[in-house]
Design a protein around this ligand. Sequence first.
Ligand SMILES: [Mn+2]
Length: 371
Amino acid sequence: MSGLRLLHTADVHLGAGFGFLGRRGREQRLQLKKTFARVIDLAITSQVDVLLISGDLFDSAYPPPDIVGEVVYQFGRLEKEGIWSFITPGTHDRLQEGCVYEGKDFDEFAYFHIFKEKEFAPFDLKTLGLRVYGRATADEGRDVLKDFCAEEDSVWNVGMLHTSFLLPGKVERDEMLISSDSIARSGLHYLALGHWHTAADYSQGGVTAYYSGPPEPLDVGKGAEGTVLLVELEEGSPARVNPITTGTRRMLRLDVDATDLAGPAALYTYLRQMADPDLALEARVGGICGEEWADFDWDKMEEEVTPLFFHFRLEASPADLTRYDIESFPEKTVMGRFLRLAEDEIARREGEEALIAEEALRLGLAHLSKR
Ligand SMILES: [Mn+2]
């Protein structure tokens, strides 16, 4: 048995609304369909054996007919090529009563499998010497690979899960978790992860494990580009994982330090240099102080810069979170009250929750000082 080629994607979120993109939201919704078609193109031109979709293919368990129809059409193209498709229902396209995965839409396919089990279950593809393990997402609240080890009677063992990765002190709670220990002991040749929207290597011990991230970006600040992973398995060597860019748009959050700029004109020049009709950019300008910014019209600047990008948002805050002096905001002012409340909240939380509270403080500061 020679090698095996897999294409790994997840979190496509077909049908997502993109409210934060305002009037461009609909365009990005359509783009998701086109990008999914591009993923299928890639599966065919790269001559992969298997396509893995690790959850959240759809943004909802009850996607509209045009979305379902498009997906059925695209799977039909793979079927003609004899390429297998595997799906795990995720958190958005949850396996539940009357959901898309319980309908008859996918019944016609032979080279196709949806994991509906509530435990990590095997599916054998003897012709490829491949065993794929997967399961539907469900509220377990624990390490779902604890005590799992792949059987050794198959040439290739590949897993797929829609789950969080347990990071002590940072990420300890979610519907499903996996840990560095459980991955390392899984005996899998490759673990295709979904749920986190940033492509990342979570390989542990000798086990190769990756989050693919979405093929088209969904959120600003979660990894700028949409990618899929082309995974090559060869006997006697570890899995080779090659990211391939599939996204049309890029989504970026940019922190600009006003103290590095001569003034508002320099801010415009700086943003102008980044102009790109496929870039969604959210710029945060911090450290604002001095005469040159005193009467600056932030709304007008946002309006002028917006046509240079697919989407643009400008936020301004007077100083970095780490540098503001709470004593300069009296307790009886709105800002002073907000800062004291927010600091109490941050002090009471830990790990990821503290980071969220800090983000709330930062956003509040920007909002109160800008408009
Ligand atoms: Mn997702």
